[in-house]
Each structure stands twice: as C-alpha cells, then as structure tokens.
Ligand binder design. Structure first.
Ligand SMILES: [Zn+2]
Length: 255
C-alpha cells in the first residue's frame, strides 16, 4: 500500500532525500500554467497531447526534464515505442495476438483500440489487466503470441531468466518480443550489475543492465538484435516527442 511503502522508503533512504524528492515534484506545478501560454512544441505520440513542454520526471536521485506527458503519463521511452508499434502494425495485414506486461496507460489505450491487435495484458498486482499472473510462470499455452512487449519489467524481477524463458515459450515460432530496460550511459562497457536485492533509491530495481543483456535474451533461446530510436525517428521527431534515443532489444523465436 502507498503509505506503508513510503514509510519503508523513508526508513531506508532517509527523510531528507524524500523531502527533497517532494520539493522537486512540487516544481512540476509551474509547468502546467506555462503550457497554457507558450506555443506548443512537443507532442505525445501515445495520447496526442500537445504543449510547450512535458512535466519533469522526479526520482530520488535524479530529475529528468521535459519527460512525462501531463495527460497520459507517458515517459520518453513510451513515446518512441508507441511510434515503433504504430509503424509495425501499419505494415501488418492480419490481426496479431499481442501480450503486454505491466501495460503503460498511453500504449495500452492505443493497442486495445487497434483493429489489428488482439490485446492481452498481464501483471501480478494491477486490476486493469486481462490476466493477473506471474511473468515467471505465465498461465498461457506454448506458442500463442505474435508479439510480446516487455518494457521496464525485467529489472524488477529477482530472476529475469525465468521471465525470458516464459517469453520464449509463449512466442509463436518466428514471433518477436520487444524488450526494454533502463540503460545508463556506460552500459556497453560493463556487465550487468546484480544488486542481490531490490534497491529503494532505484525504484526497487534488482540490477542495472550492461552489455550482457543480449546474451541473457539469447540464453532463453531467442535470437537477439537491437533497434535504436534514432534508426526510425528523425532528430526533429525525437525533439517533438522528447523520446530520447533509447534501445529496443528484439528477441525473436526461431522459425
Ligand atoms: Zn500522452
């Protein structure tokens, strides 16, 4: 529950850090009136919101400016992924069965309404999903999905290998999983840092992924490639959507 979690967090990372966090959150209040008077330069590719700038994302150790959609709550990565999915489904002539873990609101709204998407969502805790269940032991038959979306989920799991194995099991031969995880600047120069426990300062992440992520995906029996946002979005589009240049790891089940 929210209050319990917050008290636990204060105990672990200190009241001063939490107080600074709330002060920075308050700074977002000044962005709303700005959006009423300044010309629109940004657009949310998830919900269509337009305005001068997005809200800031406030974490315990960082503030990411111009990052969160005030209407649908999308983050930079969701706006890039939304465009990727729109183009992917636009090129498809048939209905695809899509599984989406811990569905983000902005992406879920467009996929659930899409005429060529048979949309299934799964999460342990939320009520607004089609199926409640564990990603490490999914209640689905083998080889039933044409696409799986796993965006910022693996870092929350103690054993990401179990989830990747389940993704491989439930994908149809030839089908793909789109996997995104938090990547920091040095990720390509080091292996994954395993913390051994969820880190309260890092949104309860169990690890910080590094250059062995493709091997982890391959260990589940999937062929791994990667796609940068900059390969399908122009600089101008990335400015408008404030998407950044994130990476989608594509795990494909061999045909
Ligand atoms: Zn939005």
């Amino acid at each position: 529950m929210g209050l319990h979690r917050e008290i636990r967090r204060i105990r672990k990372i200190g009241g001063a850090t939490v107080a600074r966090y709330y002060a920075r959150q308050f700074g977002n209040a000044f962005i709303h009136p700005l959006n009423l008077v300044r010309p629109a330069r940004c657009e949310c590719s998830c919900c269509g919101w337009r305005g001068a700038r997005f809200l800031n994302y406030v974490g315990y150790d960082e503030t990411l400016r111009n990052y969160v959609c005030p209407r649908c709550g999308s983050h930079a990565r969701h706006r890039g992924l939304a465009i990727f999915l729109r183009r992917l489904f636009g090129a498809q002539g048939r209905v695809l069965r899509v599984l989406h873990f811990a569905p983000e609101r902005g992406i879920a709204a467009s996929l659930s309404a899409h005429p060529r998407v048979n949309y299934v969502t799964l999460d342990m805790a939320r009520h607004a999903v089609s199926v409640r269940g564990d990603i490490g032991a999914m209640p689905f038959l083998d080889a039933v999905f044409d696409l799986i979306i796993c965006c910022h989920v693996l870092e929350h799991l103690s054993e990401d290998g179990r989830a990747l194995a389940e993704i491989a099991r439930t994908l149809r031969p030839g089908a793909q999983a789109l996997i995104m995880v938090p990547m920091v600047a040095d990720w390509e120069t080091r292996a994954t840092l395993e913390f051994g426990a969820p880190q309260p300062r890092l949104s309860d992440h169990w690890r910080l992924y590094g250059n062995d992520l493709p091997q982890r995906i391959a260990a589940a029996g999937l062929t791994c490639t990667s796609i940068r946002f900059s390969s399908f979005l122009t600089r101008e589009e990335r400015d408008i959507y404030q998407s950044g240049d994130d990476i989608i790891f594509v795990g494909a089940r061999p045909s």
